[in-house]
Design a protein around this ligand. Structure first.
Ligand SMILES: [Zn+2]
Length: 128
């Protein structure tokens, strides 16, 4: 979960924001936990696994089979869940193909924008 403004093409960030807004509208909620339930993704809260994870800034993780989100950071749980929902959308082809094809830092930057828009911390129109 590293905000990486400028690392990703603006149109990809715009697309991530639009997909978050579309998901919010389609499911009728901006609550990431409710969205996870609607999409069949289990959400579990855990203490951090290791000091290394803490040092790396890992606050949440997504695993694919079965789809599950582990949240380590209680203070930003909703943002962490929203971030991991982006990765779920990538894995399941629920997002635009250009977003599903992303990996590494590009995927993380778009997941960050997606999470901000999904949780209402940033408007879909705020992405340049
Ligand atoms: Zn991520």
């Amino acid at each position: 979960m590293l905000p990486s403004e400028g690392l990703v093409e603006p149109d990809l960030r715009q697309l991530a924001a639009a997909e978050a807004a579309r998901l919010r509208t389609r499911l009728g909620t901006s609550d990431p936990l409710a969205i996870a339930r609607l999409l069949g993704v289990e959400v579990r809260r855990r203490r951090r696994r290791s000091r290394a994870d803490a040092d790396a800034g890992i606050r949440s993780e997504y695993s694919t089979d079965p789809p599950a989100i582990l949240v380590y950071d209680r203070t930003n749980a909703s943002v962490g869940i929203a971030h991991e929902l982006f990765h779920h959308g990538q894995c399941r082809g629920l997002l635009a193909p250009a977003l599903c094809a992303l990996s590494g830092e590009e995927a993380e930057a778009c997941a960050h924008v997606f999470a901000e828009v999904l949780t209402g911390r940033r408007g879909a129109g705020d992405v340049d």
